[in-house]
Write a protein that binds this ligand. Structure first.
Ligand code: C2E
Ligand code: CA
Ligand code: CA
Length: 685
């Protein structure tokens, strides 16, 4: 090596002298230190003075590596086999491990001897950082493992970037099936909608949100709590999901204990009253009625005292079961305490609708209770309060039902009472009517009356309307407005309606023959009759036997029939029309959407309700409505009949307005057949 090289090495050494981040060591052919920079002192702890002249293997090479280092160096010197650069763990003066990345070069010096230079980069910081990273990862992993939650890292669009589960069995789907997918696609629609909503919220609030949901898993229903936090910088979301099924079940149990009676498992007082308040709100909205039924088992205390509490408990359980099976699915049966039960009946059209169910509840005790081989006969006393008639809040209704129950006790038990006297009377009367109505046909108490219909233009009788009368020796006079709805309710209207039809057609034949006239006969049909499969055939047969042509029979129906919206109504109307029978819209003006029905069902006649006719001469609004109705009906090719005509003025005005037919007390009240057959029109037009 020439001087220039020697000088160059000196200047390189000088450069290395100033570098403390890298250790540079020079060794002669016997591996004795010939150069030791400040970086070497920093990394290995030996000063240059201490190091110079020492052998490499005695200085910084750990025992275990010594022979390997010596032979590798010798192979390099003798055979030119380079020692490759590598990561090594060497030894410092104080005996500690030193991690370095070590590169080596071999020179020949001026004396043509081999000199080896080692350039070691301290990996201590890197290693420490690496170690820290590893242990952080390990720490996280152990955190994950010790927490039973599932961790999901999501992109802001909901796609899953990563997940961890402490217990991978908790992950009901495999890792590969999850990562890369969107959270929303993995979950049922309802749950995924919830996720989307809360993810959106978390992104807006940049906050931390939690919500609960459940999944129907093969192992059963499982409940979860999801906590979402948004990481705005990373544009990611952390979702932590915890299985809270156990907690949920525990809460459910507590809820059950708080709301349900532990003996009978039906709602307790608290829940019953809560349901009552709820029902009041709903009925208030829908405009329907509701019944609060207070039921107390008669002489229960005696049973309890004489047969013991265990028997008493069994009776209560059995009673609760029986009561529950007597009501509709939507009704509530609750236990108020002791032997007191409450039953809530919603969605009633009228208070009388409660009677049927209340009677059923009373009847629940008819069957003896068989407890421990003993047959026990029990009865109950029931009180009923109606919303809104007897109170508009839970407290009042319960108190009034309770008071009504005491009435039942006073009346000798095993009965029911409604809260108000009028209601009780009304219900008793209805029940009596119902009872009497059952045999009325057989006892020949029913009779069909007729009221003539007159052509307004020429003053001739065109026909009559058949109107039912009931002569009840027990009940006295009862108007059709009272007994027809009951006949409708019980279904008795079906046989009664047939009776009316048969008589009306029979009379029509007789009447027409007596006057040599082709009269028409109008018969009222009520909604229940449309559900009678037999109706159309019966009409056909009745027309045939009386030899009346179908176009002389008119059926009067109200909107009530059409509003039921049953397909059976459509069918029957179509069939009747096909027979050639005329259809008449009764009580026009009192309903809602008569016009659309008129178009839809091909009516032939329209009857203006008597409430409008009575007002036409005095009330402009009634007159305007009748005027418009007549014009509208004529445009639809319908004949217009005015019912309830009582005065000459009304008749005159109706004539001027173009009304076709009139009917009312002005001409005749409804009269029995023998009177109708002799009826002569006496009133001038
Ligand atoms: P509706 O079909 O509207 O019958 C007309 C009612 O008005 C009849 O009452 C009739 O007596 C009464 N009326 C007739 N002209 C006058 C008048 O000038 N002034 C007043 N104030 N009233 C008059 P009725 O006979 O008491 O029948 C009441 C309702 O009972 C009928 O109303 C009808 O809906 C129903 N109904 C009667 N008979 C039957 C029947 O055989 N079957 C069915 N399904 N319903 C019937
Ligand atoms: Ca009628
Ligand atoms: Ca009417």
């Amino acid at each position: 090596m020439d001087d220039r090289q020697e000088n160059a090495r000196d200047s390189v050494r000088q450069l290395f002298d100033a570098v403390d981040a890298i250790s540079v060591q020079g060794y002669d052919q016997e591996r004795r230190v010939v150069y030791w920079n400040i970086g070497s002192e920093r990394i290995y702890g030996y000063t240059a003075e201490e190091a110079l002249g020492k052998r490499l293997e005695d200085l910084i090479i750990p025992e275990s590596m010594r022979s390997g280092v010596v032979s590798a160096h010798e192979s390099w010197v003798n055979k030119g086999l380079e020692i490759p650069a590598s990561e090594l763990i060497l030894r410092s003066k104080s005996g500690e491990d030193v991690s370095v990345y070590s590169s080596h070069v071999m020179f020949r010096n001026a004396r043509n001897e081999h000199e080896m230079y080692c350039i070691d980069v301290d990996l201590g910081d890197v290693k420490k950082a690496q170690h820290r990273a590893v242990s952080k990862e390990e720490l996280l992993q152990s955190v994950f493992e010790s927490i039973p939650d599932l961790f999901f890292l999501l992109a802001e669009d909901g796609s899953i970037i990563d997940y961890h589960a402490g217990d991978s069995r908790k992950l009901y789907v495999q890792y590969e099936d999850i990562v890369g997918k969107n959270m929303a696609d993995l979950l049922p629609e309802e749950v995924s909608a919830k996720f989307k909503l809360f993810i959106a919220k978390a992104m807006v609030d940049n906050g931390f949100l939690s919500f609960e949901y459940y999944l129907d898993l093969p192992i059963g229903k499982a409940y979860f709590e999801a906590r979402i936090s948004h990481l705005p910088v990373q544009k990611q979301l952390m979702v932590i999901v915890r299985d809270i099924t156990e907690a949920h079940e525990a809460a459910e149990l507590i809820r059950k204990q708080a709301y349900f009676d532990s003996l009978t498992s039906i709602p307790n007082r608290f829940l019953s009253l809560d349901r009552l308040s709820q029902m009041i709100k709903e009925m208030d909205r829908s405009g329907e009625k509701a019944a609060v039924v207070f039921l107390d088992i008669d002489d229960f205390k005696k049973v309890n005292d004489s047969l013991g509490h265990e028997v008493g408990d069994k009776i209560l359980v059995e009673a609760a079961n029986r009561l529950n099976s007597a009501v509709r699915e939507s009704d509530t049966v609750g236990r108020l305490g002791g032997d007191e039960f409450i039953v809530l009946l919603g969605s009633l059209a009228e208070c009388f609708d409660a009677v049927e169910i209340v009677e059923k509840l009373l009847g629940v005790f008819r069957e003896p209770f068989s407890i421990d081989g003993r047959e026990l006969i029990l009865t109950s006393s029931i009180g009923v309060a109606i919303f809104p008639d007897n109170g508009d809040n839970a407290t009042d209704l319960l108190r009034n039902a309770d008071a009504a129950m005491y009435q039942s006790k006073e009346q000798g038990r095993n009965t029911y009472s409604f809260f108000t006297k009028q209601m009780n009377e009304m219900i008793l009367r209805r029940l009596a009517i119902e009872e009497q109505l059952y045999g009325a046909l057989e006892r020949n108490e029913l009779e069909v009356y007729y009221q003539p219909k007159i052509n307004v233009k020429d003053g001739k009788i065109v026909g009559a309307e058949a109107l039912l009368r009931w002569h009840s020796p027990v009940m006295g006079p009862i108007a059709p407005d009272e007994f027809i709805p009951i006949a409708e309710h019980t279904g008795l209207i079906v046989p009664i309606g047939k009776y009316v039809l048969a008589h009306a057609l029979g009379f029509l034949l007789e009447w027409g023959q007596a006057h040599r006239q082709e009269y028409t006969m109008a018969v009222n049909l009520s909604p229940r009759q449309f559900r009678d499969q037999d109706l159309v055939d019966f009409v056909k047969a009745a027309l045939r036997t009386t030899n009346v042509t179908s176009d002389r029979l008119e059926f009067e129906i109200t909107e009530g029939v059409l509003m039921v919206g049953q397909s059976s109504v459509d069918e029957v109307l179509t069939d009747l029309h096909a027979l050639g029978v005329k259809l008449s819209m009764d009580d026009f003006g009192t309903g809602y959407s008569s016009l659309s029905y008129l178009r839809q069902y091909d009516f032939d006649l329209l009857k203006i309700d008597r409430s409008f006719v009575s007002g036409i001469t005095t009330n402009k609004e009634d007159r305007d409505l009748v005027t418009a109705t007549i014009a509208m009906a004529h445009s639809l090719n319908l004949q217009v009949v005015a019912e309830g005509v009582e005065t000459a003025e009304q008749l005159t005005l109706l004539g001027e307005l173009g009304c076709d037919v009139a009917q009312g007390y002005y001409f005749s009240k409804p009269v029995p057949a023998h009177e109708m057959i002799n009826y002569q029109l006496l009133k001038p037009l």
